[in-house]
Write a protein that binds this ligand. Structure first.
Ligand SMILES: *Cc1c(COP(=O)(O)O)cnc(C)c1O
Length: 364
């Protein structure tokens, strides 16, 4: 926590706005909008997953439709496709950003069109805070008239050529889950340039109640709105978001300065015009064995690290859906490791982690 969260939470209690609406919700939405861009409307929701679910529904995805999804991601990017009875089509990553490959994306679209099932939406992800290739993905989206859901759950504070992630897609989504760069313990948001989409999202998120004095419903609704108490935490967190990005980027720099000279450790660099919040610092090693020897050496010292996301097309729940792969995400999963990356790591923590890693690498 940054320090001012409790003031806003106390306001919620003092004014008795303990409900999924209230001044904290409205002001948290305003704070997010003014951080990412003046031209967007933001709906605060109960989770990032809920935001993806609503985004897909608002883009017209329903039973029997196909939705393209970046395979190298966390399962929450893809699960809402199944909630809607639609079929995910997984697309592998490019090496430069580790995100959805424009080349394979176009190949997937052409293949699905030739089979008579043009995808209804594309879910592209700024994984670990690194922006995907926004220009090329946008071009493909325009060319085939398929909207993009921009999963920015890990990328609040990241930018592409000076513009904030979450403002490029037809609908952007954010997460404030406990593990993200800022948190409301659990929470999310839908970001859109279209005010009508925001209003529809809130309508669906609050049980789709029609305008009538009694409870009248002509649409299936959800209970997906954010609590005014949690939005109070969010308001305080927005005040330290800039510091958090700085801290995460400083972690990355420390690791790179102290491990970057090693042949067996590679870092993901920012291509020109890309700015990553460096939510997690990830390394790529030459082999599964090297990766494991580092991970186990850290574990031995009670330091947690984790393999990179396991691609969706390899997950038991998703393995039978169509996929377009090039081996990139499988290699990342096999040889990659997320290093400790908390915003509160001290230099002595980082030094200790680096020392363990250096010792674990055979030829050093
Ligand atoms: C965390 C995360 C989500 C889901 O957000 P929740 O708020 O946890 O539901 C979606 N996509 C990605 C890439 C994430 O990391």
């Amino acid at each position: 926590m940054g320090g001012t969260e409790q003031t806003y939470v106390k306001e919620a209690f003092d004014s008795n706005w303990v409900a999924p609406l209230g001044p904290n919700v409205t002001n948290f939405e305003k704070a997010i909008a003014s951080f990412v861009s003046e031209n967007v409307h933001v709906a605060a929701l109960s989770s990032g997953t809920a935001a993806i679910h609503l985004a897909l529904e608002l883009l017209g995805v329903s039973q029997g439709d196909e939705v393209i999804c970046q395979s190298f991601t966390f399962s929450a990017s893809a699960n809402p496709i199944l909630y809607l009875g639609a079929t995910p089509v997984f697309v592998d990553s490019e090496e430069d950003t580790w995100n959805i490959s424009p080349e394979l994306l176009e190949k997937a679209i052409l293949d699905r069109i030739s089979k008579g099932n043009k995808p209804k939406a594309i879910i592209a992800v700024h994984l670990y805070g690194m922006p995907y290739n926004v220009n090329e993905i946008f071009e493909i989206s325009q060319k085939y008239q398929i909207p993009v859901v921009e999963d920015s759950a890990e990328a609040l504070g990241s930018e592409f050529h000076g513009r904030a992630c979450s403002t490029f897609g037809d609908i952007g989504i954010l997460s404030f889950n406990g593990n993200k760069i800022i948190t409301t313990s659990g929470g999310g948001a839908l970001v859109t340039k279209n005010e009508e989409i925001k209003n529809k999202a809130i309508f669906l998120a609050t049980q789709a109640r029609d305008n009538a004095p009694h409870y009248q419903h002509s649409h299936v609704g959800y209970n997906y709105r954010m609590s005014n108490v949690l939005a109070g935490i969010g308001r305080g967190q927005m005040e330290v978001l800039g510091d958090r990005v700085e801290a995460r980027r400083a972690n990355f720099e420390f690791y790179k300065n102290n491990l970057g000279h090693l042949e067996s450790i590679e870092f993901l660099e920012e291509p020109d015009g890309y700015f990553s919040n460096r939510w997690l610092t990830c390394i790529l090693t030459p082999s599964f064995e090297t990766r494991e020897s580092i991970r186990l050496a850290l574990l031995e010292e009670d330091i947690e690290s984790r393999p990179l996301w396991k691609p969706m097309h390899l997950q038991p729940i998703f393995k039978d859906y169509p996929n377009f792969t090039n081996g990139v995400s499988e290699q990342l999963f096999e040889r990659g490791l997320c290093l400790p990356s908390g915003s509160n790591l001290k230099e002595e923590d980082l030094k200790r982690i680096v020392a363990v890693i250096l010792k674990s690498i055979p030829h050093v």
